[in-house]
Design a protein around this ligand. Structure first.
Ligand SMILES: Nc1nc2c(ncn2[C@@H]2O[C@H](COP(=O)(O)OP(=O)(O)OP(=O)(O)O)[C@@H](O)[C@H]2O)c(=O)[nH]1
Length: 266
């Protein structure tokens, strides 16, 4: 224990490194992906947005006392899943969103779940997905029953929630944190191999040749003597904007606040 001005302070040791979790939000246009993302990040409901904007946001979260560096990709596919590698190869977990007042968006969410199932099969890895029926506040205009949502989620073995981006923040936060928990479980169960790529233009410095270090036949590895291995660079296309909800709250007095690129928050 240490003490500052007579107040006892627990000795915490070195700060724990946050776990990095990437979350992609998928769904048909108008399902409420952006509204849910912004609600989660700022506790606010947006009414104006750029439907063609796709961006990735980052937020420092604490889930079950563990620091998490969460990145959220609010995707914007045109009408159907398109160029999906950008999120399939990036995300640790997926939120698939439909709107309870739109049968079309529900059918769209089914296509996304099928896409994820195919990706799971192809990569032989498991990708947690949560199915969200959004716009629960519009329940009087329902086109999709809760039972139908639950049945679809059951078919793909994923968690299911009905939410509203314009009702309570805690419920939306709970859903995002559930996605983090699912991703964390999977990352613990099956840690990803650290990806490497080979760059042929730089010789390794201060290193004995592979052949000498491993006693391998020189003819086999001669070509590797000018190769260096590096970690894969981070995705170039992901633009990160860090949002601190406390900052958002302190600027509440501003009549219109543009906090996230492309979003107007009132
Ligand atoms: N009543 C209600 N309206 C919502 C809710 N969520 C989103 N909306 C509205 O639905 C419309 C579409 O919401 P977005 O968040 O832009 O939907 P999106 O899925 O991001 O759509 P794209 O950006 O076109 O891909 C907007 O007018 C939102 O204000 C909700 O929970 N309840």
């Amino acid at each position: 224990m240490t003490s500052v001005f007579g107040k006892p302070r627990a000795s915490t040791g070195p700060p724990s490194v946050p776990l990095e979790v990437n979350l992609a939000i998928l769904g048909r246009r108008g399902a409420g992906k952006s509204a849910l993302t912004v609600k989660f990040l700022t506790k606010r409901f947006i009414s104006e947005y750029d439907p063609n904007l796709e961006d990735t946001y980052s937020s420092e979260e604490t889930v079950d006392h563990q620091p998490i560096h969460l990145r959220v990709m609010d995707t914007a596919d045109p009408d159907t899943p398109r160029n999906c590698e950008r999120y399939l190869n990036w995300a640790h977990a997926f939120l698939v969103v439909y709107s309870v007042d739109s049968r079309q968006s529900f059918e769209g969410s089914s296509s996304y779940l099928e896409l994820l199932a195919l990706h799971t099969k192809e990569t032989q890895r498991s990708y947690p997905a949560l199915l969200l029926g959004n716009k629960l506040d519009m329940a009087q205009y329902r086109q999709v029953t809760k039972a139908e949502g639950a049945a679809l989620a059951g078919r793909f073995g994923c968690l299911f929630f009905e939410v509203s981006a314009c009702l309570d923040f805690e419920h939306v936060q709970h859903v995002f944190h559930e996605a983090v928990r699912e991703a964390r479980r999977e990352l613990e169960r099956c840690p990803p191999a650290r990806p490497l790529f080979i760059s042929e233009d730089r010789a390794p410095t201060h290193q004995a040749p592979l052949t000498a270090r491993h006693g391998l036949a020189s003819c086999t590895f001669n070509t590797l003597s000018t190769v260096s291995l590096k970690e894969m660079p981070t995705m170039a296309q992901a633009k990160l904007v860090t949002v601190k909800s406390s900052r958002a709250q302190s600027k509440r007095k501003a009549p219109t606040l543009t906090l996230l690129k492309g979003f107007k928050i009132f």
